[in-house]
Write a protein that binds this ligand. Structure first.
Ligand code: ZN
Length: 371
């Protein structure tokens, strides 16, 4: 039996100017609803999980004796539908998910609360996001700075199957930012240490790995076809994002990438076939910046990677967050975008504003023209 209830974290507040605020105070979740005659407040008051929808209608008919019962029912169905689709309502009578053990429900209880809070669309049960993570197969390519944090977050969060790809050995200079490795791992394969540490953090999920060096698009295609989502946390070879883009376009696999350019974290998330691809955006950005001519580098300039535990950690956290949004639909981040977060200004913003695929895109242009 469906018993609609406003989520506790979204508890409505009546404001003085004949408005109701619902969804708390977090931007992106809160909204304000005009309520000149008190109807919205009364409806929300009845959505406490003790009534079925029919009983909600009956209660409001009683509270608004001047209105026709049929009109009240129509308004309840309309307004309740809006509230459900916006993610403010859950079913107080939902069944316990049989697929999750008592141990899993205890382990992921706090994550469930956050998903519940952040969900901006209707879900069957408050465990839906956790169940989707449990069913997901994710590959993390590159378990260095970004990838260590990304893989750890995905493992802790309960991604059902996690596969790590990393050919390198642990070096002393890795230890300042790559959180999966310790001094005892120096000179050993990162992959072995990563898989061992991840398993120690969550033995309820399947964690595997391979010490593969990606040298061309074929390897990425072979990975993309095996997994539901690709997390690209490697930046070498230079073409790796393009290769991943093409592989995922071919297999229809969702993917994210993240990395850092000094103090700026760059990340993107893609769902092939639903908007511009990575190369559409790169082409557009390339044209935008084409007027800038760099000075020749000074003599003695060295290209040494700049990064610490914070820049790598933020990058890895954003990779995991965007990956989980693509898997669970929570909080439903818009896909097919490039984003940046700046550690100097603390400013985060969307880098790309392209809404549709470019017909001249070398990767998806043909699809755009024919599809
Ligand atoms: Zn494209």
């Amino acid at each position: 039996m469906y018993r609609p209830r406003i989520k506790a974290k979204h508890r409505p507040v009546r404001l003085g100017d004949r408005q109701v605020r619902i969804g708390g105070t977090v931007p992106g979740i809160e909204s304000r609803i005009p309520d000149p005659d008190g109807w919205v407040w009364a409806l929300l008051d009845t959505l406490d999980g003790t009534r079925t929808v029919d009983q909600v209608v009956a209660e409001l008919v009683r509270r608004f004796p001047g209105r026709l019962a049929g009109d009240v029912a129509t308004e309840v169905f309309r307004d309740l539908g809006v509230l459900i689709r916006a993610g403010y309502v859950e079913n107080a009578a939902e069944a316990m998910p049989a697929a999750l053990s008592a141990r899993e429900r205890e382990r992921y209880g706090r994550s469930r609360e956050l998903f519940r809070w952040m969900a901006r669309s209707g879900h069957r049960t408050s465990w839906d996001a956790q169940l989707r993570l449990r069913q997901a197969r994710v590959v993390v390519i590159g378990v260095g700075g970004t990838g260590s944090t990304a893989a750890l977050n995905l493992a802790l969060s309960g991604v059902g199957e996690l596969h790590c790809v990393e050919p390198d050995v642990v070096e002393l200079s890795n230890l300042a930012r790559q959180i999966l490795y310790t001094e005892r791992d120096l000179g050993r394969l990162k992959l072995d240490a990563a898989v061992r540490r991840l398993r120690a953090r969550n033995s309820d999920i399947r964690i595997t790995g391979e010490a593969l060096t990606v040298t061309g698009p074929a390897e990425l295609l072979a990975l993309a076809v095996r997994f539901d989502l690709v997390v690209l946390a490697a930046d070498q070879p230079a073409e790796i994002r393009t290769w991943t883009n093409r592989a995922c376009l071919q297999t229809g696999t969702a993917w994210v990438h993240a990395g850092y350019h000094g103090p700026q974290i760059n990340y993107g998330l893609y769902r092939p076939g639903t908007g511009p691809c990575y190369e559409c955006i790169e082409t557009a950005e390339g044209q935008h910046h084409a007027v800038a001519t760099p000075l020749a580098p000074a003599a003695g300039w060295e290209e040494i990677q700049a990064g610490n535990a914070v820049s790598a950690g933020v990058s890895g956290n954003l990779a995991a967050h965007t990956a989980m949004s693509l898997i669970t639909g929570v909080p439903g981040l818009p896909a097919n975008r490039e984003h940046a977060f700046n550690l100097v200004t603390l400013d985060g913003h969307a880098v790309s504003t392209l809404d549709a695929p470019r017909p001249d895109c070398p990767a998806c242009g043909q699809q755009a023209a024919t599809g």
